[in-house]
Every structure is written in C-alpha cells, then in structure tokens.
Design a protein. Structure first.
Length: 247
C-alpha cells in the first residue's frame, strides 16, 4: 500500500475513534457529574512502509491515548435535599458490588432503612468507610464540609476524597471511577472543597461545542475518504500502465 493510502486509512481510523468519544459525550449531555473524554493525537512512524519517492518511513496519524477532563462543571440548583455537588477537587465514595468506586454525581435518594443510594443503588460511604445511615422520617441538612445533620444533631460525615494522580483513575460507566489495578496511590481526604445541598454538577463540556467538533470531524472523515479513493485510483492506473508496457 502506498504512503497516501496508509496515511488516509490511519486518519480515518483515528477520526472514527474521535466520533465514538464525541458521541459518548453528547449521549451524556444531561448526566450529572459526567466528565468528558478527549483524545491525544500523535504520529506513528512505520519503518515497514517506506515511501520510495522520499526514501523515508511513512508517518500515520493515530490517537495515542484517551484522557478524561476532570475540570469543574457548572452547578445547577434542583431543590432536592438529597442532591449534592462538590465545588473543588474531590469525589463521593460509594459502595458497589465490585468494591468502592468514586463519583462526582451527587444525585442520591434515601431508602426505607435510611441508606443514601445512587440511581444504580450504590451506597454513599461515610468517613469511617461504612455505609451512611439516616432517619428517613427526618429532614436532612448537609454542611459545606459534608457533615450530615438531623434535628441539629450530627448523623454522619460523608467521605469525600481526592487523588494526587488523577490519570490513575479509570472510568467505569458514565460517572464512576476506580483506581487502576497497578496504582499504589490511595485516595486522601479532599481539601478546600464545598458541598452544596440541593445542587447537582452539570457535565463539564458544552454540547454546542461538541456538535461543532462533530461536524468538523465528519468533514475531515469525508476528505480522508476522498484521499483514500484517490490513492486507490492511482494504484489501479499504475497497474494498468504496467500491464500495457509488459503485455
């Protein structure tokens, strides 16, 4: 395969990955606490595919890695006393069937036995690592540092943690994160945060911007398809000319 076709095919593949990321971002445009996925481009140097005209290896555009944008999203008021949002760096700790996970989605609801759970049924953990429990018959007040009170009495302190190495977190589903298995860095108590009651954090990307990028990637995709088609035509014509010269 010639260098033009190699570069075009590699470009098409990387744009397809970009489309998948953008589509996932747009699909979560209304998911509280969602963190956008983005891509980091690089060039792959292929020593096996040497361009005869330039006598040098062919370079192909690739997505080297995906990364998660952990920047703060806008806080929106909901009025529900069980909706919580974090201002600053930090994550709620929740208990899942697979172990402890971390999330920025503070859309909790109380159960009949007083546990605070997510929409998936995962339980909010306290600072002591145990599942938090409240009296569902009483009103709830949450202070800026995550202290839960009922009738003026402390009912529990929620666990809000931070990570020194955010890239060590792997995304699981739309809003959950877990430490990668080879990471030795454990979570630490979050500092300089404020918990807002009756509020949720919106996704940290602009759907309009994502839509513009989607159109741009689609145009790039079409241009690369034309380049790939041009390369195929050039190869076909070259083969036909060789056949004419050497009948």
């Amino acid at each position: 395969m010639d260098s033009l076709s190699i570069s075009a095919a590699s470009g098409i593949r990387s744009r397809m990955e970009s489309l998948d990321l953008l589509a996932n971002n747009l699909a979560n445009a209304s998911t509280a606490g969602f963190k956008a996925d983005r891509e980091f481009y690089s060039l792959y140097v292929s020593p096996e595919a040497v361009d005869p005209a330039m006598d040098q290896p062919t370079t192909a555009p690739v997505i080297e890695r995906h990364w998660t944008d952990f920047s703060q999203g806008l806080l929106t008021s909901t009025g529900s006393p069980f909706d919580l949002a974090i201002s600053g760096r930090g994550f709620f700790s929740v208990q899942t069937p697979q172990g402890v996970a971390y999330t920025r989605n503070g859309n909790f609801r109380p159960t009949a036995d007083g546990r605070l759970i997510t929409s998936e049924g995962n339980e909010l953990l306290g600072k002591d690592g145990k599942v938090l429990r409240i009296d569902p018959a009483k009103s709830v007040e949450v202070s800026g540092d995550g202290l839960i009170s009922q009738d003026g009495q402390p009912a529990g302190q929620m666990a809000v943690v931070d990570f020194q190495d955010l890239p060590a977190l792997g995304k699981e589903g739309a809003t959950y994160f877990r430490l990668n298995g080879n990471s030795a860095k454990q979570p630490v108590p979050a500092k300089g945060i404020t918990i807002s009651q009756g509020t949720l954090e919106a996704p940290n990307f602009n759907p309009a911007e994502a839509a513009v990028r989607l159109v741009s990637v689609m145009r790039q995709f079409e241009m690369l398809q034309k380049a790939l088609s041009l390369g195929a035509d050039m190869n076909r014509k070259a083969i036909e000319e060789v056949a004419k010269i050497n009948p």
